[in-house]
Write a protein that binds this ligand. Structure first.
Ligand code: KMH
Ligand code: ZN
Length: 275
């Protein structure tokens, strides 16, 4: 890897909307549990955390108060950058998905298209995408464009042309969702070739693809997202004790490859976030 490549930003997706205690006892639900996990991930090398809200029973919520409690609990523990989900869970309406943005997190997601999501459909019509993009601009929050399939890049560039997404754009390639693009190095190469040259990008691959694709990102100058939102296993049949163990794996690999990890401040600069 050329030494000129930027420090590696590891994002920890610690909770998500779908991973439940029935699948792994290690997924956090309450704001305190989520913040504890974020803190462990920060200690393991993550510069950013991607968070969703949960009710006490684990069901997903995008509620403002829940996100406020999560943000406060994280900020009491560490300086990690905090990225809110605007995807929430399938079936949520757009107003619910964006109500927490007034808390002005460091970053928030923006999915630029509809995708089959297992047996469900993650709906993102153009009007929905524009509504979220306008709200992000209103609060001066930079989006991370979630790309579940190639057409979502085209739509992101369309919104750029409409003035709703500012360049340079940060893309997160969400690979291996049943219904979305496959998680393979070949597909990753195509995605990377398809974005503007001044873009930054990361990979979030599902299940057993998570760590191999994170390693591909480390090797090719991208950034990596890992965590229990996308994958609950450390190795075949062995549950990760938390997202932090997955972060540790990527951090160890980056060290082997002599790619330094980005601090939150370095990540701010790389991603052009406000101070
Ligand atoms: N839970 C998925 C339906 C995001 O966070 O912005 C959508 C998702 C994307 O997780
Ligand atoms: Zn998410």
């Amino acid at each position: 890897m050329p030494k000129s490549e930027p420090p590696l930003i590891i994002t920890a997706a610690v909770v998500g909307a779908e991973t439940m205690r029935e699948q792994t006892p290690h997924v956090p639900y309450s704001p305190e549990e989520i913040a504890e996990e974020c803190s462990r991930c920060f200690d393991a090398g993550a510069a950013m955390v991607h968070v969703h809200g949960r009710h006490d029973d684990g069901s997903p919520t995008q509620g403002r108060d829940t996100y406020a409690a999560i943000l406060d609990a994280i900020q009491q523990r560490c300086d990690v950058l905090v990225q809110f989900s605007t995807g929430g869970a399938v079936g949520m309406d757009v107003q619910e998905r964006i109500e927490a943005l007034e808390l002005q997190p460091d970053m928030a997601t923006l999915t630029t298209g509809t995708v089959n999501f297992g047996d469900d459909v993650f709906m993102n019509s153009l009007p929905t995408i524009r509504t979220i993009a306008r709200r992000l601009q209103h609060f001066d929050i930079r989006p991370e464009i979630e790309v579940f399939d190639t057409g979502m890049i085209t739509t992101a560039l369309r919104l750029r042309d409409e003035g709703l997404i500012d360049e340079p754009i940060h893309f997160d390639f969400v690979m291996g969702v049943p219904g979305g693009i496959e998680a393979s190095p070949r597909h990753l190469d195509f995605l990377v070739e398809s974005i503007p040259d001044d873009s930054t990008w990361s990979v979030a691959a599902m299940g057993r693809h998570e760590l191999p694709m994170a390693r591909c990102a480390v090797d090719s100058g991208g950034h990596a997202r890992v965590g229990l939102e996308d994958n609950i296993y450390l190795t075949k049949g062995v549950l990760a004790k938390g997202s932090y163990e997955l972060v540790e794996r990527v951090a160890d690999y980056a060290a082997e490859q002599r790619r330094p990890l980005a601090t939150p401040n370095e990540a701010r600069q790389i991603l052009h976030l406000a101070d």
